[in-house]
Design a protein around this ligand. Structure first.
Ligand SMILES: [Zn+2]
Length: 335
């Protein structure tokens, strides 16, 4: 996709110069006229650390606003990365969907936009679509490698893993899995998306870029362990690309796979969820991995949620109450 195919210029103005050497902390300024600020803007924090003409890494968190490992690791990196250690350019946006991040919610409070369902975006669309469009049009063409941090947010909890997708271009796919290996999370995933349309991942991969994503915990918070994994992962990722010198600090990782939609179990009933397996536990096909109790009366039998594949429990619903249609559990297959 080139800018010639897109209908109008982006309304976003960066306060940083992507081609300047050194450290810059600034904003992507997106005009947003509203009741409390007639000529107001959304100010999305961005850092650019550049030294010479090596490769460019685009590092993002807060694609969903209630996921914290990425924003924490990237805020720390933006503050501490010394350009003399860099060969190339590191573009850091700790919170892509900054309005959602400010609100602590998955989607934007302005337009209810889910950033990861808003790509490739629109320059004349909603606030969320305008941010997505700026990535598609201005940031991704500059990038050689892209790392987008996710976690489970308030409603899911994951085993800590880095992931890349199975792709039609096998050379591109191999670059993705090599970068996942370098990230060196405790788990590494060959990922299947259940809902790929509109995802940042899809746009990045269609542009031929090497792409790594993560799921590093969840529940709307972050732990010391998952933050350590995120910080180590991002510096390993930059070493792997040659932007930082030295070898990636490899830790043992176990590869898991999501071969089909049978990985996912969805609640068919509302109620209170009883987890019967913890993250990382081995489960077998047909095993009851959760039960859902109706909460309005005693004496009623709980509905059972069964694993549809044998493997390990890779994700689970986080809050104690579920609704029909919620993703209750994800089983991944050990390689
Ligand atoms: Zn997410």
């Amino acid at each position: 996709m080139t800018s010639a195919n897109l209908p109008a210029p982006s309304p976003i103005t960066p306060t940083v110069d992507f081609d300047r050497n050194g450290v810059q902390h600034g904003f992507l300024r997106l005009p947003y006229s509203r009741d409390d600020s007639a000529w107001g803007s959304v100010m999305i924090p961005i850092a650019v650390i550049r030294n010479g003409n090596g490769p460019t890494a685009l590092l993002t968190g807060g694609n969903h606003g209630d996921e914290y490992e990425g924003p924490i690791a990237l805020s720390d990196l933006a503050r501490t990365l010394d350009p003399k250690d860099v060969n190339g350019t590191v573009i850091i946006i700790p919170a892509m969907n900054y309005p959602a991040f400010r609100a602590g919610t998955r989607t934007s409070p302005i337009d209810k936009g889910n950033m990861n369902r808003s790509f490739p975006g629109r320059p004349d669309g909603t606030v969320t679509q305008k941010i997505a469009d700026y990535f598609t049009r201005e940031l991704l063409p500059r990038a050689d490698v892209v790392l987008d941090f996710h976690s489970g947010g308030k409603t899911l909890d994951f085993l800590p893993f880095a992931a890349a997708h199975i792709l039609p271009d096998k050379a591109q796919e191999a670059r993705g899995f090599d970068a996942v290996k370098a990230f060196s999370a405790p788990w590494s995933m060959r990922m299947l998306e259940i809902d790929a349309v509109g995802m940042y991942d899809t746009t990045v991969e269609e542009l031929g870029k090497t792409f790594v994503t993560t799921e590093l915990g969840g529940g709307g918070t972050a732990s010391a362990e998952t933050i350590r994994i995120a910080k180590r992962g991002v510096s390993n990722f930059l070493r792997h690309t040659g932007i930082l010198s030295g070898d990636a600090e490899l830790h043992e990782t176990r590869w898991i796979d999501m071969p089909s939609a049978d990985c996912f179990s969805f609640a068919e009933d509302a109620g209170m969820i009883e987890t019967m397996a913890d993250l990382g536990d081995r489960v077998i096909a047909g095993q009851v991995i959760a039960r859902i109790y109706p909460i309005g009366r005693t004496g009623a039998a709980p509905a059972e949620i069964k694993a549809r594949l044998s493997g390990i429990l890779a994700a689970r619903h986080f809050p104690g109450l579920v609704s029909a249609g919620d993703c209750a559990a994800v089983v991944a297959v050990l390689e």
